[in-house]
Design a protein around this ligand. Structure first.
Ligand SMILES: [Zn+2]
Length: 238
């Protein structure tokens, strides 16, 4: 084995270990973040993306955004890292409630489509609907999510269908009661490094939706819609 291959193997092992730590618990994610400055190999794009995801995991939204944005400024970044970094940046903006979340979701969707990475593009489409619901108009966001839901049913994974359906139900419920932001469980962004784009957690979109109240253009408040979840939701792993 050459030195280069050895270095590559070590970096890949470090990346896998970091992902496990972050997924396991916020406490372990925080420990991993504290250890970062001592790890020179983590200054590569993929490690920077994991760093951004770890910051979200421990509730450090501003640091997450800075880390994700830094990834996209790395010269000559390869397509996989570019798309993963775009996913994390758009997701972090939604998580934070940043005003440019809508535009960043569109940027992410366009980049994914340009590289024909449709699993990511469909996730970006659904996340864009959530950002529009929060930043622009609940009615527009719900319409966009209906479109994303139909796209997912035609082309996407069962998990994405289930995540879209759950978020559609959540949007209807939030319009009905004008609820304040709620505590939401963290879920990894599909298309980052912790979760494949084709396998979003059922609660991914609702976890982002619940963080902010929405911009309500609905009047009078509509009744809560019947739960639209298809049977597959009962079967989908969380
Ligand atoms: Zn509304």
């Amino acid at each position: 084995m050459t030195a280069t291959e050895g270095e590559t193997t070590a970096a890949e092992a470090a990346l896998r270990w970091a992902c496990r730590e972050i997924l396991t618990s916020p406490v372990r994610a925080r420990h991993w973040l504290r250890a970062q400055p001592r790890r020179a190999e983590q200054q590569v794009p993929l490690m920077q993306i994991v760093r951004a995801e770890a910051h979200v995991r421990v509730g450090q939204g501003d640091q997450a955004r800075q880390a994700a944005a830094a990834v996209l400024r790395i010269p000559g970044i390869e397509a996989g890292a570019l798309l993963a970094g775009s996913a994390v940046l758009a997701d972090t903006a939604c998580w934070n409630g940043d005003r440019d979340a809508v535009e960043l979701c569109l940027d992410y969707q366009r980049a994914a489509e340009a590289f024909t990475d449709y699993d990511r593009a469909w996730c970006a489409q659904a996340l864009h609907a959530v950002a529009v619901y929060q930043q622009h108009s609940c009615a527009e966001g719900r319409q966009l999510l209906r479109v994303a839901y139909r796209t997912a049913r035609q082309h996407g994974s069962d998990r994405l269908v289930a995540a879209c359906a759950a978020a559609l139900f959540g949007m209807g419920a939030r319009c009905g009661r004008r609820s304040d932001p709620e505590q939401s469980q963290w879920a990894p962004v599909p298309g980052g490094l912790l979760c494949p784009a084709g396998s979003p957690r059922l609660d991914y979109l609702t976890s982002r939706l619940r963080r902010h109240p929405g911009t309500h253009s609905c009047r009078p408040a509509p009744p809560t819609i019947p739960h639209p979840l298809p049977d597959i939701i009962d079967k989908a792993p969380s």
